[in-house]
Design a binder for this molecule. Structure first.
Ligand code: 4AD
Ligand code: MG
Length: 430
């Protein structure tokens, strides 16, 4: 008997196949039992019809409860009205009969579901989210590879801060004192571009974020990209091309998942270059016109990001922040030295920041001043300063937060559902 995956049932019409999976829902009416089967690749209905199966098979079917693992031998048929394939069960084996599965049909609160995250991952919406996350990751690798970016794996244990000292996680480190969990691999990619021209990394980063918002996790996945001889405008072009490619890939590969999530795909279809570009000063003006009380020269708050990003039908770059509220490595704007050549990319529909990027300061003297202004210890950055001594070049880069991208593309209220096991201030289990 051929083993079949649910996603391939259309290739086995009228054949008898073996399907291995779990019963994620069931209902029975007299002599017929309807099992909803999940095998990892998809969901389908299996029908056990008492008059047509052996008595032992019917007895076995009666023992099935939610999340019981099963091996079915069944004939593949097509749903009379829908483009769906069903299994007409001939034989059935229980692998393990599940005991009182705690996630039922009734509504559960978010805390209950998060406490049961190890089981909640099986729910169709959660299944769909992780599949889309996978597409985003693979699409990123594909685009970066096609555009001459080499993957370089940055370290996680690091001797210094990359993104400000207030969100650093400390770890005791033998006789050397303290190590910090990486907030972004950017500084290491800046070293690697002198060998490889264009580089990226993609891995977990850590922020001891005190903020308890729908956009913040303490452990999340970042893709940092860095490119030699690329300046601010080209950096922006790279980002809009990459993000558009990712969104189009999800639309192409995850139709079923987007349907399960009831995602309106119209706004996603619109995600094509060029994106909008405004300065922070223009953003502040626009926000005030919408009734917010935004001050000039201040970072946007969560509410402001929501409001602003709702007013655009495509992602929008907010450029040129004051140097004093941004990281030490950002290059000053030659037109106004109070500002830096940076851009945050905000996703539309109220989602807000998904990317932070900038041109980097390539001059060693300027960089030394910046370290002082930011109270950062020169010793820890000597190696980084070396990059400005041996063939320094203009260069730029950016980093996206994978969970922010997933939350936007899947239209999730909170980033916690976009990562398999979320870590937040008040949660690090399961
Ligand atoms: O804007 P950030 O802090 O930029 C950097 O770390 C740069 N070093 C990146 C670079 O240029 N290579 O973080 C980048 C992105 C944000 O735009 C956001 O999407 C995500 O990472 N992010 C978070 N996601 C979830 N939880 C948090 N606490 C996050 N902090 C940042
Ligand atoms: Mg940022």
């Amino acid at each position: 008997m051929a083993n079949a995956f649910i996603k391939d049932l259309n290739k086995h019409l009228d054949q008898t196949v073996t399907v291995k999976g779990w019963v994620h829902n069931l209902r029975s009416s007299g002599k017929i039992s309807f099992l909803q089967i999940r095998d990892g690749t998809g969901f389908c209905q299996a029908i056990v019809n008492q008059p047509t199966v052996k008595p032992e098979v019917w007895e076995e079917a009666k023992k099935i409860s939610l999340e019981t693992s099963v091996i079915l031998t069944a004939k593949v048929s097509k749903h009379p009205k829908k483009e769906e394939y069903e299994l007409q069960v001939e034989d059935l084996k229980i692998v393990q009969a599940a005991l009182d599965y705690p996630i039922g049909k009734k509504e559960h609160g978010p805390d209950f579901l998060l406490d049961h995250r190890h089981l909640w991952l099986r729910a169709p919406k959660q299944w769909a989210i992780q599949r889309i996350r996978n597409t985003i990751t693979l699409a990123t690798y594909e685009w970066m590879d096609q555009h001459n970016f080499l993957k370089i794996d940055s370290p996680i244990l690091t001797p210094a801060a990359c993104e400000g000292t207030t969100t650093l996680f400390e770890v005791p480190y033998f006789d050397l004192g303290k190590a910090y969990l990486s907030q972004s691999g950017q500084l290491y990619l800046e070293a690697a571009i002198f060998a490889h021209g264009r580089c990226y990394d993609f891995g977990p980063v850590f922020r001891a974020e005190k903020s308890k918002t729908r956009r913040h996790l303490t452990e999340f996945w970042m893709m940092d990209a860095e490119a030699a001889f690329v300046e601010h405008d080209e950096n922006i072009k790279i980002q809009e091309e990459l993000i558009s490619f990712i969104v189009q890939k999800v639309l192409e590969k995850n139709k079923n998942e987007l349907t399960i999530l009831e995602r309106d795909t119209k706004p996603l279809e619109n995600v094509k270059p060029p994106f909008y570009r405004i300065t922070l000063a223009q953003a502040a003006e626009k926000l005030r016109a919408m009734g917010a009380d935004t001050k000039d020269g201040e970072d946007l708050g969560g509410e402001e990001e929501t409001l602003l990003s709702k007013s655009f039908d495509k992602p929008v770059f907010v450029e040129k922040y004051p140097a004093k509220i941004k990281a030490f490595y950002m290059k000053r704007d030659p037109e106004n030295s109070d500002l830096v050549l940076c851009a945050d990319l905000l996703a539309p529909e109220g989602f807000g920041e998904i990317i932070g990027g900038s041109q980097r300061e390539e001059n060693i003297d300027v960089l030394l001043e910046r370290l002082k202004e930011h109270n950062l210890p020169r010793e820890a950055f000597e190696w980084y300063l070396d990059l400005r001594k041996y063939g320094s070049v203009p260069h730029s880069g950016f980093g996206f937060g994978l969970e922010r991208l997933v939350a936007w593309i899947c239209n999730l209220e909170h980033v916690r559902e976009s990562i398999p096991f979320p870590r937040m201030i008040y949660r690090m289990t399961p």
